[in-house]
Design a binder for this molecule. Sequence first.
Ligand code: NOJ
Length: 545
Amino acid sequence: MSTSAVPWWRDAVIYQVYIRSFADGNGDGVGDIAGIRSRLPYLKWLGVDAVWINPWYRSPMADHGYDVADYREIDPLFGTLEEAERLIEEAHAHGIRVIPDIVPNHTSDRHAWFRAALAAGPGSPERERYVFRQGRGPDGAEPPNDWVSCFGGPAWTRLPDGEWYLHLFAPEQPDLNWQHPEVRAEFESILRFWFARGVDGFRIDVAHGLIKHPELPDLPPPLEEKGPRRHLDHPHWDRDEVHDIYRSWRRVADEFPGDRSFVAEAWADTPERLAAYVRADGLHTAFNFDFLMSSWDAKDLRAVIDDSLSMLGAVGAPATWVLSNHDVVRHPSRYGRKTARRWTVNEPYRAEGPLDLELGTLRARAAALLMLALPGGAYVYQGEELGLPEVEDLPESVLQDPVWERSGHADRGRDGCRVPIPWSGSSPPYGFSPDGARGEPWLPQPAAWAGRGMAEQRGDEHSMLELYRAALRLRREHPALGDGDLTWLDAPAGVLVFGREPGFVCAVNLSAEGYRLPAHTSLLLASGPVEDGVLAPDHAAWLAV
Ligand code: NOJ
């Protein structure tokens, strides 16, 4: 691992491993640690700096691991603690850092603490670690307030003993009470447990949700549709007191050698609010969801880039850029749709209207060059480097995301971006599981993925995979890329052109006309053919100047 003067997390390219769907080592149809270990050479070849691995802890899998029953054990579906330790060592030997996911907002309902709380009954100290309340109405038959679950339906479930408990997600994910000292102490101990095993940091799930308003008031009225974004004083999202928790977590990380770091999954109303998570004594980085939510529109993207860089720069933090993850429609399928509508926080994005996948893929190629040229760090969601689209036609009978049931089948949920990825071959499991595997992939893979795996894309200079690989190599080698600043250069409407020192220009054409590239000494990389110095619509290029 490089030991440059810039801490690694300021400009790392972090590859997201959605463990269930990355690689299946034991042939049961579900990805696992053995699978990740066997694919480390691929990740090294691709050229990423780190992996973020979605939750691997012991879990009943009501939300695919985001319902943790034991934070110090690996779920048997994925392997053992010993295998996790091996993986960390082997990844390090490949020069790749490892960032597990930590889930502090809620546990599983099978966690020892929640079971103890159920057994101990109303009014017990065991219940104080969670958020239990009496209901409203004459016999307490109404939930304590009007909060709603992110997965649909009320955020409260009533127990046979009459009390209600809070779950901002599924009922199997009871929310912890972060005002309780034992909750704070336990998570610091869990962080130390994993830091001592060599992990390089954590991705923090629902980082903006831990603190609830002590009086649990009803929700405020929603903001008017139009007008500038502004912060809403919300009873359970992004409350100021949450930063106190992360100041202690930062102290825990700093106890360990070697630049351990945190990335927050924090959804904030404004870039200023997001920047508060990454002040010098808090977390290191936060996902930039504004970039992911932006439509394929030059003005919109430029505004997001400027806001992010200025707000994060003001607190000395690097920006991060992300196009896809395991919760959202894959970006070739987003960009392949006409809608220019910007997607907003807390509004689930679902694919709408006819899909032009060829267009979406062209734009995804250009977006990759844009993202990887911007100052800061970047995330690559597994399969994005293959150009995988969303799988939009999964039969209803196979859908597993709790969102599908909780929404009363109104929302198909997130399974379409979680289908096991193709490695090689022309029929499922496309090398995801070993030959002769006893289990089918846990979600069916589309026939259209035949011949689109790593093996087939490798060595094909026009493939998405080779584009990502070339961009990652240049990014490592070119002194202008990674951490730093950018300067916007003059360009016609719909075209984004910026320079980075020394001697680098990135141009992205989001307009409908060809764009004549500025004077340059060489074309370093382009997302498609550049003829006579003209960048076609929906293309991007990196230039040496
Ligand atoms: C955010 C995670 O990314 C998502 O997959 C999960 O369902 C929720 N947090 C709840 O933990």
